[in-house]
Design a protein around this ligand. Sequence first.
Ligand SMILES: [Cu+2]
Length: 293
Amino acid sequence: MTMRTITLPLAALLATGVIAGCGDDETTSQTSDAGDTTTEMGSFALVTGAPDGFDDVSGTATLVRNDAGTDVAIELSGLKPDMKYASHVHADFCDQADPGGPHFKFAADGADTPPNEIHLPFQSDADGNGSATAHNDQTVPVGEGKSIVVHTAPAAETSDAGSDDHASTPSRAAKIACASLDTGDASDGASAATTKPTPSTPASEDSESLAIDVKGGTPVGGVKSLTVKKGDRVRFTVSSDTTSEIHVHAYDIMKDAGPGKPATFDFKAAIEGIFEVEVEDTGEQIVKLTVNP
Ligand SMILES: [Cu+2]
């Protein structure tokens, strides 16, 4: 009898206690913390209209976002040695008329300086290599911050805090190279579909250094297949009887191939998926590039 009178109010107390202590907001935000990291990567390529003296710039860009903020890292080679450079996360992809478009800003009406923008100033070494990293406590929204652009450094940007509104004064900071960022990570459901590799044809036996001959804007012998693993080097050479721009999609690498001047491609396969290499003027595909995980 006594047992029963005690257990009933105790059970009722426990029940209300459990409900009060279990904050719904807390549990849901904790679960999403774990799965919210996305990594995007890209390869640097020279932009059209880059200043004289830059002709073989390449490198990689990585942007990692999670609830703790955004981390960006770049690594370049082929730059002019011992020179200061500016680089920023930009709003658009590299294939725009103005490669990369304007700077990415967290607050559209906010300042042109960090932390409202992400800047990665750096100086190249004696061999023309350069690298930089940046952390921002804010998280770049998925689908924004689509590229990283490297510029010549305007005098004002030798100190990072200085104002550099190069969008309105483009002559002061010419764009040199641009890397479009692509989600190569399946943790983000929305973009996973576009980067997931589909079953592909077997690797061509000479994927080491493929040679493509273009005549009249079309590939001799048809579209060649090139299959590599992510992180491998992609190497091929395009010869053409007419001067044509050769474009590697997604990686946004463009090079001119012309009579006696073949275009040599050599870049890291940083983005998974199946990509076209085409003759830009004719839209003719010459290579099917497959990058497997
Ligand atoms: Cu910029």
